[in-house]
Design a protein around this ligand. Structure first.
Ligand SMILES: Nc1ncnc2c1ncn2[C@@H]1O[C@H](COP(=O)(O)OP(=O)(O)O)[C@@H](O)[C@H]1O
Ligand SMILES: N[C@@H](CC(=O)OP(=O)(O)O)C(=O)O
Length: 452
């Protein structure tokens, strides 16, 4: 049995959904599909999930929602009419949205999740209706059937019973169309995963039914060694290990969600990233192990949106527990951090900027100065992390020097270097304004002479 996930671009309009039907039809082993909400039809289009976020915000602000609600319904109505479906499905979708909009708003995050998740939920109903209409027996199955997630306040993750609950789907006769991106708590509260989280749903399903393969369909032929929107025609990655893929996804390869690897990794289920627009292309295989390739570097990822908390105190290195107490302050603000490079008298804590605001920063600085008696403590913003990843890197000397030289040649200053202890990745912190220039320079250094 194969579990497939079709991303937003694969289900963005009727033409794409017809391709999905053909892909599923082409292999009877494709029995379970997880689908996203309709994504961008063109580069300047708006994803349905983003339309829904705008809609929910308008409701919470008490402003008129008619235009926003119509924009969402029209996306489905256009798809349904082009697929030759009658009005019934649009009535189902409209009343579902109205019901969600009328639901309790006292918990804003819950209301937002409920509206956001309708994108996938209604698209799954529509796609199941379409499959059935063309003689492909299909069944919409709600995550209520067993995708159980944790309660707030942590990030959403599936609880172990999910895998037991959903294992029964292996015996359903029809093709299952399952909405991605969300689950329900034990108390029945809907919670969404992070953005891009339909990849996680597909992986959970693959693991639960013990699939032979998890196919993740997107709009590119494969995972490339660098973001194809920045580097022209980057080298295609044919095979990549779970570990390399996780590092690269976390560091900015938005093609596959980093948290989507854990469920399949645990069971050793191989993953194949494929293109809905070119399903015959072999795609990228994510596997437990792969033979050593020509280049020690498999991919280079970049991501912006980082801030650095810089703290200095004379003789910090002699003070037992300084680092722990600093991180405790960060923890008490419910902030997660990425790196903590340190020197004799100073330490930096690198974190994602979206967790900060003026108030939080002021509170942290005050506590660091008062409780830790730091001489200096300040936040710096607009940093990017550039991450070089490859299983072959640990057998290769001089790689860090080559990377540092390539970065310096762009004129950028390296603010931080961190070599992961697994030696599968090397991280450089730089000012965001240099991010793309640096990616191009590093790509040139490590891949320019690589042939596939
Ligand atoms: N290294 C990479 N390899 C392939 N695609 C990448 C990479 N980095 C970023 N991307 C982008 O990821 C996009 C696919 O992910 P996403 O938009 O989430 O698709 P989907 O709609 O299938 O979920 C591609 O169109 C591409 O622009
Ligand atoms: N629709 C959700 C979940 C998702 O995975 O979407 P996509 O497959 O378009 O990345 C989002 O936009 O975040």
């Amino acid at each position: 049995m194969i579990v497939c996930k079709f991303g937003g671009t694969s289900v963005a309009n009727a033409q794409q959904i017809k391709k999905v039907a053909n892909i599923v039809k082409a292999n009877p082993a494709r029995k379970i599909i997880a689908v996203s909400a309709p994504g961008k039809r063109t580069d300047d289009d708006i994803k349905v999930t983003d339309l829904l976020i705008q809609l929910a915000n308008s409701v919470l602000q008490g402003v008129d929602i008619e235009l926003k609600l119509n924009a969402v319904i029209e996306r489905y109505a256009d798809i349904a009419s082009e697929l030759g479906l009658d009005d019934t499905i649009i009535q189902v979708i409209t009343s579902d949205l109205n019901e969600r909009l009328a639901s309790d708003k006292s918990e804003k995050a819950q209301f937002m999740d409920n509206i956001k998740a309708s994108g996938e939920d209604n698209n799954a109903k529509l796609i199941a209706a379409y499959f059935s209409s063309i003689g492909m027996p299909a069944k919409y199955i709600s995550p209520k059937e067993g995708l159980i997630v944790n309660d707030l306040p942590e990030r959403t993750f599936a609880l172990p019973e999910t895998y037991v609950n959903l294992s029964k789907l292996a015996h359903v006769e029809e093709i299952i169309v399952f909405p991605g991106f969300f689950g329900y708590t034990k108390a029945g509260v809907l919670r969404t995963f992070d953005r891009g989280g339909s990849d996680i749903t597909g992986s959970i399903l693959a693991s639960a039914v013990g699939a032979e393969l998890y196919e993740n369909f997107t709009d590119v032929d494969c995972v490339f060694s660098a973001n194809p929107r920045v580097v022209n025609c980057p080298v295609e990655i044919k095979e990549i290990t779970y570990r390399e893929m996780r590092e690269l996804s976390y560091a900015g390869f938005s093609v596959f969600h980093d948290e989507a690897l854990m469920p399949v990794y645990k069971q050793g289920i191989p993953v194949n990233i494929k293109n809905t627009n070119n399903p015959d292309a072999p795609g990228t295989h994510i596997v437990p192990k792969r033979p050593a390739a020509g280049s020690p570097v498999t991919g280079i990822a970049t991501d912006s949106g980082f801030s650095i908390l810089y703290v200095s105190k004379y003789l910090m290195n002699r003070e037992v527990g300084f680092g722990r107490r600093l991180l405790q302050i960060i923890e008490e603000e419910n902030i997660s951090y990425e790196h903590t490079p340190s020197g004799l008298d100073d330490i930096s804590v690198i974190m994602r900027s979206h967790q900060l605001n003026d108030e939080v920063e002021a509170r942290i600085i005050k506590r660091v100065k008062e409780e830790l008696h730091a001489e200096d403590a300040l936040f710096r913003h607009d940093f990017s992390m550039v991450v070089i990843v490859g299983e072959g890197m640990r057998h290769n000397t001089g790689l860090a020097a080559r990377a540092a030289t390539a970065i310096s040649n762009t004129g950028a200053n390296i603010e931080m270097i961190n070599q992961g202890s697994s030696e599968v990745s090397l991280v450089f912190g730089v000012r965001s304004q240099y991010e793309n220039q640096i990616l191009k320079a590093l790509y040139e250094e490590f891949f320019a002479h690589t042939t596939v």
